[in-house]
Design a protein around this ligand. Structure first.
Ligand code: GLU
Length: 460
């Protein structure tokens, strides 16, 4: 059996980290099992759906490397198919027309509430052997209701929740087509999951109440339902369900803030799944390890500090040339065109940064003027050190422009002026880099244009 999974977003706004995790797991499960990952756009809510939202979904998935093998399929393009299945169900007596008006339904609900009963459709229009149905009202278009089994239980072994059993009595006969003939949500999902031969439905647990209804429709159609895994919610840092309303950011904003796709995958993977105590892993390791048996059962809580830490680890792990590719974007944002030094610059500074944007900031002095703060100038550019700085400027104007050549020039000036390394290195850093804290000075300087360094030292 080939594993087939799907991500089925509704394109009604941007997607945040909680949403994209519902793409990550089915994607990973398909990849881990040499299966097929399908993208299905559930766009039947015409008022709230938009192409712009679809584009944002695709952009986010593309950035994270979660591209589908099939799709996107659009539910709005499958209406004929839904209507065909509806007609087949009608022919088999699996659905029936219900003429109950909205007023009647409201009155029924009120009676049930008053009697402290759960509001539900009472089966007035459900045909039964020997039962007389009410006369069909004139000029009313009926809805179609699914003939839910009356007895027994509907049960499944959820990969997260374990065995779930619902008594059929609890479920009333679901409306699966509106008076104008358009199919309703739960029905479309079943037809799609059936036609797309989905083997594993991995989705948020906000859908768990739909599952028994969907399973009953599957069975009525003579199709074995897929395996279900209902993922616990993702909470924000305040412990609320992550949502746009509660300040969640669009996934692509993390790209713009300098997070690496593989770090995001790593972080999101851990927000609801575990592999022993492993916190940091590559995309390849994740795909080797991912299974549905180690999904967490409690809500995951977003933690930006941890995400930053994970990103910092991935920046260290990423080879310099690849990292350079990710830093080029933020550099261009700063008006800097990257050049051949970029890999070496990344190697030198990556250990100090938790985002590629922060790394790009470190590289600014290599390309743009620096203005050391008055406080740093006052603290480090003392009269005692000025002669040494002038001598260093001369030495650097002539030395071999390599790390070794620069180290030798520094050493010679220290000796000639009776200074210790920090006494000279700190003011040099302030003048050249605009800050007293940098990696090893010879390595920092070697990646500069010689003229820039000499000119900045003369600025003492
Ligand atoms: N369209 C649904 C949503 O965005 C997902 C439905 C499903 O996965 O079955 O929440």
């Amino acid at each position: 059996m080939t594993v087939r999974t799907r991500f089925a977003p509704s394109p009604t706004g941007f997607i945040h980290l909680g949403n994209i995790r519902s793409a990550l797991y089915p994607w990973a499960f398909a990849r881990a099992n040499r299966g097929v990952f399908i993208l299905r756009i559930e766009d039947t809510d015409l008022e709230r759906s938009s192409q712009a939202a679809v584009d944002v979904i695709l952009e986010g998935m593309n950035w994270l490397g979660l591209m589908p093998d099939e799709g996107p399929y659009y539910q709005m393009q499958r209406m004929e198919r839904y209507k065909q299945v509806l007609a087949e169900m009608q022919a088999k007596g699996l659905v029936y027309p219900c003429y109950m008006s909205v007023e009647e339904l409201d009155a029924l609900r009120e009676r049930q509430m008053a009697a402290k009963e759960k509001p539900r459709y009472d089966g007035t229009w459900r045909p039964e052997p020997g039962k007389a149905l009410p006369p069909i009202p004139e000029g009313v278009k009926p809805v179609l209701r699914f003939r839910n089994p009356k007895d027994g239980v509907v049960a499944w072994d959820d990969k997260v929740k374990g065995r779930v059993e619902i008594r059929n009595e609890e479920l009333d006969d679901l409306v699966i087509a509106r008076p104008d003939g358009t199919p309703t949500y739960n029905f479309c999902v079943v037809v799609d999951d059936m036609d797309m031969r989905i083997t594993h439905v991995i989705r948020g647990d906000d859908h768990v109440n739909n599952t028994p209804r969907q399973i009953n429709i599957f069975r009525a159609l003579g199709v074995e339902p897929p395996v279900y895994a209902h993922l616990p919610t993702v909470l924000n840092e305040q412990g609320e369900k992550m949502s746009k309303r509660h300040g969640a950011k669009p996934v692509t904003q993390y790209r713009d803030e300098g997070f690496l796709p593989d770090a995001m995958i790593n972080y999101l993977a851990r927000l609801g799944w575990s592999h022993g105590d492993d916190e940091i892993f590559t995309r390849e390791q994740f795909l080797q390890w991912f299974d549905l048996d180690h999904l967490g059962t409690s809500a995951g809580r977003f933690d930006e500090a941890k995400l930053r830490w994970v990103n910092a680890q991935h920046m260290k792990m990423t080879d310099d040339a690849t990292l350079a590719g990710f830093v080029a974007g933020p550099l261009r944002q700063m008006g800097i065109e990257p050049d051949g030094r970029l890999s070496a610059l990344c190697a030198l500074f990556k250990d100090r940064c938790d985002t590629t944007v922060a790394l790009a900031q470190w590289l600014r002095p290599y390309y743009q003027d620096v203005t050391p703060s008055e406080a740093d100038r006052a603290q480090y550019l003392t009269d005692a050190v000025r002669p040494a700085l002038a001598a260093l400027a001369d030495a650097l104007a002539q030395c071999d422009w390599t790390k070794e050549g620069i180290a030798a020039a520094l050493k010679a000036v220290l000796g000639a002026h009776g200074l210790k390394m920090p006494q000279l290195a700190m003011p040099v850093r302030v003048l050249v880099m605009g800050t007293p804290q940098t990696p090893s000075l010879d390595a920092v300087l070697a990646l500069f244009d010689r003229e820039k360094v000499v000119a900045r030292l003369k600025n003492a």
